[in-house]
Design a protein around this ligand. Structure first.
Ligand code: SF4
Length: 328
């Protein structure tokens, strides 16, 4: 028996894993999760959360076990319980409805998404039509569009739409972007808008956040060096989906999005000798470890970290929860 186990270990093929850094949780996700945890500590169970606090099933299930109840809409929240708004941001109508019902609400919108909201409002105050570059139906896009009156924001998803968009006053235009887009695709869309509307106003740098940019940058470096790439994260996470696309475009022949080790489709990997691993901004490190562990059961794994940026971003908790944090 011992002899068999030894033979199995010996027969494992060597696999070099290049672990991308930065990867996984960003400051906005970390803050949003802490907000729910601290709200449960402060107000007791249950605390309601409108929409997935961040796009990761594992995170959501963990918070459910601690006392969070996730709902789609505000009318599912009872009058006497607190409600947290997700990191993606909410339309103004949602905040107004919470205030009208006198609900205790805590906004976990990432400060970098709130910054885009304020930009859109500033443009609108200056009577500019805002073109939002983003994905239709994504909660962040719904939240940003919902900062302004109906019709004040036009959505553009790709270069084709940018080239075709019809605007009433081409001299009074501005653009803003979703924070979790592909850096390269967005710069093409912005270029198409600027070619048609040279006077368009926009941010100094696009609104894509530091975490999205850094995770795409390191994937561009790792992807051409490996035979396959695993992106840890959920299919409904925009920044995670972009990492898979970036890996493929950077020349990695096989890129797979994986949520949990049990879901790995091993037929994709076969006889590879090198693998890149990264994680979307809403995927916890424990899942990266779980997935590397699953590879280590099948291959003789050695792990090397490839770092392209250091991150030390931190967003403070909302004031109402800071005392709970300080008391611990
Ligand atoms: S991905 Fe960027 S915008 Fe989204 S929560 Fe993280 S830091 Fe904020």
């Amino acid at each position: 028996m011992l002899h068999d186990r030894f033979l199995m270990t010996e027969s494992k093929k060597p696999l070099t894993i290049l672990l991308a850094s930065p990867r996984g949780f960003c400051a906005g996700v970390d803050r949003a999760i802490q907000i729910v945890e601290r709200a449960i500590k402060r107000y007791g169970r249950p605390v309601y959360v409108r929409h997935e606090i961040v796009h990761n099933r594992f995170v959501v299930q963990n918070l459910e076990a601690k006392g969070a109840i996730f709902v789609d809409e505000l009318d599912e929240v009872p009058d006497d319980r607190p409600v947290v708004f997700s990191a993606h941001g909410v339309p103004k109508a949602v905040t107004a409805e919470a205030a009208r019902r006198d609900l205790l609400y805590i906004d976990a919108t990432c400060p970098l998404v709130s910054k885009v909201h304020r930009e859109a409002e500033r443009h609108s105050d200056q009577r500019r039509t805002v073109i939002l570059i983003g994905h239709a139906g994504h909660p962040e896009v719904i939240g940003t569009i919902g900062q302004l009156p109906p019709g004040a924001v036009l959505l553009v998803e790709d270069v084709k739409q940018a080239e075709a968009i019809d605007v009433a006053d081409p001299l009074n235009l501005a653009y803003a972007t979703q924070t979790t887009l592909s850096v390269d695709d967005t710069s093409d869309i912005v270029a198409a808008l600027k070619a048609r509307f040279p006077q368009i106003h926009g941010p100094h740098k696009e609104d894509i956040c530091y975490a999205t940019t850094n995770r795409q940058e390191v994937v561009k470096k790792v992807a051409p060096m490996v035979e396959a790439m695993v992106v840890v994260g959920s299919p409904n996470s925009s920044n995670t989906q972009r990492l898979k696309e970036v890996a493929e475009r950077a020349g990695c022949p096989r890129a797979a999005l994986v949520q949990r080790a049990a879901e790995i489709d091993w037929s994709i990997f076969g006889s590879i000798a090198s693998l890149g691993v990264t994680a979307g901004a809403s995927a916890p490190e424990v899942l990266v470890e779980e997935i590397i562990g699953a590879f280590a059961e099948r291959y003789a794994v050695s792990v090397e970290t490839i770092t392209t940026a250091d991150e030390n971003m931190f967003f403070p908790l909302p004031r109402v929860l800071r005392e709970t944090a300080a008391a611990e």
